[in-house]
Write a protein that binds this ligand. Structure first.
Ligand code: GAL
Length: 331
């Protein structure tokens, strides 16, 4: 009898990580992340839009079998941020501005405009040499698309490459864009119809992969240095108001970690009943096989003007309570 109980206990202990995993859901930064049908998630350089209790993850679909003449934006949805179901390609676009072979559509982000009831997709649009430097805009009446191409433009008349998205607690929506000639990046509020932007602030730091979050009375901005697909130590700064002044930029992780080989794409705030978790969403690019680029999502340690990216490890989140927990034993 005793040995039976012992072996049962042992079995439960052995299986515990798997049971936990199945029930809770786990985010495993840097590992291949599959959707609810077991297919690799294709949502690189992505953004998250929270709409009516559902998280929508939009990103670059780099599936190798895609038509090389076209660019694809995919959409996944989730209620818990851990299990993602594929909602299809919301934009399949043929070279809209005659940019030529290897034209670029990167970092798509979708903004929900509750006033007009429309959903506005922004992305970085470029030619193979990154000289066009514009944003493109596509619109849909439904968040799940399909989105229809409307136009491309240079926000505030400036060159624009990497873009980011930020929605403040009062619902106002901002486009973040990097502008090389000005040696810095802009945060620009979207106009009423979201089809244009107005100047909000300029941050004089030549950074890309710009992302912002408003946390406990402070704005935190994150960006990476300009090393293309190669990772570098990402940095952050804070300000009491979007207009600045901003503090100096400091590294997000120990310099030697090289941002754990990732590049920022978004900061997602999950404010629950008990706690608030801010998720650092980043891409681990694999330039020779972009389709197999990985996602590094980690809860940040932050507060009082400090922000720290812990070393990647499995973790879980409860979107109701807002609590997240590292599951180091599952490593
Ligand atoms: C990165 C940028 C990516 C992509 C890449 C191309 O710096 O963040 O989105 O444009 O350069 O080299």
């Amino acid at each position: 009898m005793r040995s039976k109980i012992l072996s049962l206990t042992l079995l439960v202990l052995l299986l515990a990580p798997f049971i936990l995993r199945a029930e809770q859901g786990v985010i495993r930064p840097g590992e291949s992340w599959r959707d609810t049908h077991g297919r690799l998630i294709q949502a690189h350089g992505g953004g998250i839009t929270f709409w009516k209790g559902v998280y929508y993850w939009f990103g670059e679909d780099r599936t190798p079998s895609n038509d090389p003449e076209k660019r694809y934006v995919s959409c996944y949805s989730s209620r818990d941020l851990m299990h993602w179901s594929f909602g299809g390609e919301v934009l399949v676009l043929s070279d809209p501005e005659h940019l030529g072979p290897k034209w670029v559509l990167e970092r798509p982000k979708v903004f929900a405009n509750s006033r007009t009831g429309k959903f506005i997709l922004y992305a970085h649009l470029d030619d193979a040499h990154y000289k066009f430097a514009r944003v493109m805009v596509a619109v849909s009446n439904r968040i799940e698309g399909p989105y229809k191409y409307v136009k491309s433009y240079r926000p505030l008349g400036e060159e624009s490459r990497d873009i980011g998205q930020f929605v403040d607690d009062d619902g106002s929506s901002y486009l973040i864009f990097e502008s090389r000639p000005t040696r810095g990046f802009f945060v620009a509020r979207l106009t009423g119809d979201f089809l244009n932007v107005e100047r909000t602030c300029f941050i004089p730091a030549p950074l890309e992969g710009g992302a912002l979050v408003h946390y406990r009375g402070l704005y935190y901005v994150v960006g990476s240095h300009m090393t293309g697909w190669q990772p570098n130590p990402n940095v952050y700064a804070t300000a009491a108001s979007l207009a600045g002044p901003w503090t100096d930029f400091r590294p997000l992780a120990p310099l030697a970690a090289n941002n754990y080989d990732s590049q920022s794409t978004m900061l997602l705030k999950v404010a629950g009943l008990k706690a608030t978790t801010v998720i650092f969403m980043a891409d681990e690019w694999r330039p020779r096989k972009l389709w197999d680029s990985r996602y590094l999502w980690m809860p940040l340690e932050m507060g009082k003007g400090k922000m720290h990216l812990p070393s990647p490890q499995p973790w879980t989140i409860d979107v109701e309570t807002g609590e997240s927990a590292l599951l180091t034993s599952l490593r």
